[in-house]
Design a binder for this molecule. Structure first.
Ligand SMILES: Cc1ncc(COP(=O)(O)O)c(C=O)c1O
Length: 504
């Protein structure tokens, strides 16, 4: 009597029975329980043992054979195939290391790249609260809906979804993105849209297409750290532009623009890190300047669709002017792991951008593009956004309430209009880096302006975000931050002028 194999099939499971059989036999082959040339039981016998139909076992064996795990010979039976043995790997060490320090490129020495390491970011406690996180918390990621779309993409596209994608993106996703942009008031046809691996890559492509080492590039004095890093690696000479309540100062831009700037990088709807927005009038001024000076505007709309007020933001720069280079992403409003962003660029620049895209990564994952297109075509995005925005309003309110309660009196900030960042300008003379270190020891991570300053002379402050933590942890984070703030003040005897707590 042959020994039972200990395999059990569950008819209530999502996976069909023959696939359950497949998985369990593969697991036994991998673990060595079924060694090479082990004879699997005849199909009729195994079907009897598992109380299942013989066809289930036949199909399971056929799939095992197609995948190369077993070999069947008519009249002899089904045997575990010989598995290639991994060769023993020895680490050669006798020849010593090459001179890597002198081999690495100058780009790697760009100063902004080393900033987070110099800060020691990430070396905190295990229960650290992330007021620095720029991605939605897991409970806000629509994992089940996305899984259905991924399954559907595999079932309907089959092997097509597993090939390289066209360099400018899968056509149905380009169409879906163009419709999504039209909903937001940004005119685009599928031909205008280029799919990228995150909007970080979109910015990289634009910088590579336009900037030579040493070229001046304009950006806000305090700007997105990821853009600073990219521009520095590309050898750009980054010039920080000061801002007022309306947006970047046009006078300063005009002066700096005369030095032959290659582009002006902006986040008009939610500046990272300050959360500020550019007024409608200033947007029009920027577009007029761009044409007069011959300098393109790069509009990074990374937080699109995450506005929390009923008033939508002012007209996008791209909607005002088709020469604007527009960058967008599904990382913040949907799922960061998709790594799917997009770029709208003027017709004249497209061939260069597509060529570079192909050169850099041979295209963004076709499988994920099909799955995202399915998600958008099924209309899953808008209800997701409605629910996410409601949650972000709660999170913003919880964070603000707790900040009012725990931060020293006189600390002021602007109420966030978009669900991403809350910026706290530091009182004059206050040591933001000391606060960052003290807060990390107290179990809360925040982003000091040091990470995102162009030149180090700008207004210092602190960026908090409320994407990544639920309301109760945001409140606890604010409590820890308040204690750290008080400790830094005590130590440095910084004297802030006492004022009423006020939200400006
Ligand atoms: C302002 C800004 N732009 C672009 C990005 C890049 O996002 P992704 O590459 O995930 O689309 C980020 C990420 O944090 C960001 O903050």
């Amino acid at each position: 009597m042959p020994k039972p194999l200990g395999i059990s099939l569950d008819p209530t499971h999502d996976e069909p029975l023959y696939r359950q059989l497949f998985d369990q036999i593969v697991a036994r082959i991998q673990s060595g329980t079924f060694p090479a040339r082990y004879r699997l039981p005849p199909t009729r016998e195994l079907a009897q043992e598992l109380a299942t139909h013989r066809n289930t076992v036949v199909r399971g064996y056929e799939e095992l054979e197609a995948a190369g795990f077993v070999v069947s010979t008519v009249g002899r039976g089904t045997f575990v195939a010989d598995q290639p043995r991994p060769a023993a790997v020895e680490v050669p060490g006798e020849l010593g290391a090459l001179p890597w320090a002198s081999l690495t490129s100058r780009a790697l020495q760009a100063e902004p790249l080393g900033r987070s390491e110099r800060l020691g970011v990430g070396a905190g406690r295990s229960d650290t609260i992330m007021l620095s996180g720029m991605q939605p918390s897991p409970d806000l990621l629509p994992d089940e809906l996305f899984r259905r779309c991924l399954d559907h993409a595999m079932r309907t596209q089959r092997a097509k979804a597993l090939a390289y994608a066209p360099r400018e993106g899968v056509p149905r996703l380009r169409e879906a993105v163009a419709r999504d942009l039209a909903r937001q008031g940004i005119p685009a046809s599928a031909d205008d849209v280029g799919i990228t691996t995150g909007s970080q890559q979109a910015l990289d492509l634009v910088v590579r297409a336009l900037v030579n080492p040493g070229d001046p590039v304009l950006a806000n004095e305090t700007t997105y750290a990821g853009a600073l890093n990219l521009l520095s690696v590309g050898g750009a000479r980054i010039i920080g532009v000061p801002s007022d309540d309306e947006g970047p100062d046009l006078g300063a831009i005009e002066r700096h623009g005369r030095v032959g700037a290659k582009l002006l990088y902006l986040m008009p709807n939610c500046q990272n890190p300050t959360g500020s927005r550019i007024s409608q009038e200033r947007r029009e001024g920027l577009v007029a300047w761009s044409h007069a000076a011959g300098v393109p505007l790069v509009e990074d709309d990374y937080a699109s669709d995450l506005h929390l007020e009923s008033e939508p933001p002012a007209t996008s720069l791209r909607a005002l002017d088709g020469e604007v280079i527009y960058l967008g992403t599904y990382s913040k409003k949907l799922i960061p792991a998709l790594r799917i962003g997009y770029v709208l660029c003027p017709r004249a620049l497209r061939p260069a951008i597509w060529q570079l895209k192909h050169t850099l990564d041979l295209g963004t994952s076709a499988l994920l593009q099909h799955a995202l297109a399915e998600f958008l075509e099924r209309g899953y995005l808008e209800p997701h956004l409605t629910a996410a925005r409601a949650e972000y309003r709660c999170r913003r309110d919880a964070l603000e309430d707790a900040l009012r309660r725990y931060l020293p009196r006189g600390v002021r900030w602007k109420r966030p209009e978009t669900a991403v960042v809350l910026w706290i300008p530091a009182p004059p003379g206050f040591d933001v880096l000391a606060l960052h270190a003290e807060a990390q020891r107290a179990g809360v991570l925040v982003s000091p302006s040091f990470l995102c300053e162009v030149g180090g002379t700008e207004r210092h402050g602190l960026r908090l975000s409320f994407l990544s933590e639920p309301p109760e942890r945001l409140a606890e984070g604010a409590r820890r931050l308040g204690r750290a703030w008080a400790a830094v003040e005590r130590r440095a005897r910084v004297r802030t002028v006492p004022q009423r707590v006020e939200v400006i």
